[in-house]
Design a protein around this ligand. Structure first.
Ligand code: GSH
Length: 200
């Protein structure tokens, strides 16, 4: 059995995706919650110093949440979360969910800067991107009708929850399909067991 250490943050939406993939595939991981800005040791494994970062047997690194999820999928005996039949659709929706997370994160990083250093146009751009992407997902969302669990559903759920956590749930008013789907999806154990614990 390989030793898998997942360096993660307390409330990273990217990290949440990887934890959910490990739970679904029943892969034992040791999760280490770190303060990424202060974690110089991580640079040896991941020079970008970003979480999540997976370290296998203390010598091999897997960087980027999507690669980590694909790795768990590749070593699992369970059903894939990246069904070949819908592979490109799944990957595209995952990329949109990642973009939603990034926009939320960038917005957050900007608003916690000293007020004289903040750019309102940058914040506006991220907020417009967030609303536009959620609306696009609402108009396209068919995967709620599909029983099979796939990685894009997990990524979208993590991105929407992160948007609520860090920004707003205003979008739920005109995105009723997504909102309804998310409420049901949130009942799954892997969602309940990965709710961010801290609000830092
Ligand atoms: N593309 C990366 C994005 C990861 C990412 O942006 N992580 C953030 C936390 S949510 C981070 O480590 N930020 C640290 C920093 O920018 O200093 C992935 O999917 O894993």
């Amino acid at each position: 059995m390989k030793k898998l250490i997942l360096y993660n943050g307390p409330n990273s939406p990217f990290g949440r995706k990887t934890k959910i993939a490990a739970l679904i595939h029943d892969i034992p991981i040791e999760e280490k919650i770190i303060k990424v800005q202060e974690s110089e040791f991580l640079d040896t494994f991941n020079p970008l110093r970003k979480i999540p970062t997976l370290v296998i047997n203390e010598n091999q690194t897997i960087v980027d949440s999507d690669n980590i999820c694909l790795y768990f999928d590749s070593i699992s005996q369970k059903k894939t979360l990246f069904d070949q039949k819908n592979y490109w659709e799944i990957m595209t929706i995952i990329s949109l969910a990642n973009g939603l997370m990034e926009a939320g994160l960038e917005r957050r990083m900007e608003i916690i800067r000293p007020s004289n250093e903040q750019s309102k146009s940058f914040i506006d751009k991220q907020e417009i991107r967030i609303f536009r992407t959620i609306k696009w997902l609402e108009n396209q969302w068919k995967r709620h009708a599909i029983d099979d669990l796939s990685m894009d559903q997990i990524a979208v759920a993590c991105a929407l929850e992160y948007t609520k956590f860090r920004f707003t749930d205003k979008w739920t008013k005109d995105c009723v399909i997504l909102d309804k789907w998310l409420k049901i999806f949130n009942q799954k154990d892997f969602m309940k067991n990965t709710i961010p614990k801290e609000s830092v």
